[in-house]
Write a protein that binds this ligand. Structure first.
Ligand code: ADP
Length: 277
């Protein structure tokens, strides 16, 4: 039994709005794959760089399938108890408090564990029985064994770019999931996303996507990550709100990507070449 009531798990419960799906521009067949996995009650692993649309895709699919969505952003202190739940003391009584994974199983929701490799290793103990044919969640501390209803689906994501040997998905975990690999969207799709998410003109969207293509080709700099669709949308929103394209790119792209002065200068050169002041 644990008596900590202070621990907080970053989790959001988003219920699909009737009629209004979150905007998602599909890349290639991922919508059909998700639907098949859902109907076959198979868990899904989505791999891809940060800001390429993984979360938006899951939000869109949950709404499309009419399922509530429980999202958990995993971090290195996230334990099995954070996911499953714990006993808390309130008014002198000890009460059981469901964690986000348990809530998702009970309500037949889609449970999305973002950056799952960050979580503590003990989380695999609860994820494995949910991710194979058993589809059960054993709650050790209450002795309950929850059987996941048909509407429940486990979706996990991680960014293979961040991987190091200590933080990779164990083969025994990986092999329980159907996998989907995301990259940045093709140029035409990315232009449509930037236009629609930020409300900028087709011309501004085209310039930003052209810049992204040039920056993504840079390989000889010490960049951990390159420019994501998310950063393009942020730059476009600054433009929509009245900043010049060059200033927006400096703030939302160059300075967001690096702290290193030499790398920033190299990125700024690419920006200046594609987007004149
Ligand atoms: P990830 O989960 O891969 O880190 P997100 O799904 O949060 O990335 O995407 C970041 C932002 O980029 C979204 O909020 C959205 O504005 C935009 N975006 C990226 N890909 C798409 C897409 N395919 N359709 C619509 N918006 C997208």
């Amino acid at each position: 039994m644990e008596f900590s009531s202070a621990r907080h798990v970053a989790a959001t419960l988003a219920v699909a709005e009737p009629g209004g799906l979150p905007f998602y521009a599909a890349q290639a067949g991922e919508v059909a794959l998700f639907e098949h996995a859902f109907h076959q009650r198979l868990p899904l692993l989505i791999k891809g760089p940060t800001g390429c649309g993984k979360t938006r895709f899951v939000e869109h699919m949950a709404a499309r399938l009419g399922r509530p969505l429980v999202t958990v952003s995993c971090h290195d202190d996230l334990s099995a108890a954070d996911l499953v739940g714990r006993h808390l003391i309130g008014d002198g009584n000890t009460v059981w408090n469901d964690g986000p994974l348990t809530r998702a199983v009970r309500s037949g929701a889609i449970c999305y564990l973002d950056e799952v490799v960050e979580a503590r290793k003990d989380t695999t103990v609860v994820l494995h029985p949910l991710a194979d044919d058993r589809r059960v969640l054993p709650i050790e501390r209450t002795g309950e064994l929850l059987v996941a209803p048909p509407g429940f689906m486990l979706v996990i994501s991680y960014n293979p770019g961040y991987q190091n040997l200590l933080k990779s998905l164990k083969p025994s975990t990986r092999q329980r999931f159907v996998a989907l690999t995301f990259g940045y969207p093709a140029a035409a799709v990315e232009r449509r996303i930037v236009e629609s998410e930020a409300g900028v003109s087709a011309e501004v969207a085209a310039q930003l996507v052209q810049l992204a293509e040039a920056l993504r080709r840079l390989t000889d700099h010490d960049l951990e990550e390159t420019v994501s669709t998310r950063l393009l949308v942020m730059a476009a929103r600054l433009v929509a709100s009245g900043l010049s394209l060059a200033t927006a790119c400096r703030a939302a792209i160059v300075d967001a990507l690096t702290d290193d002065a030499d790398t920033a200068a190299a990125l700024a050169e690419v920006v200046a070449a594609v987007i004149p002041d």
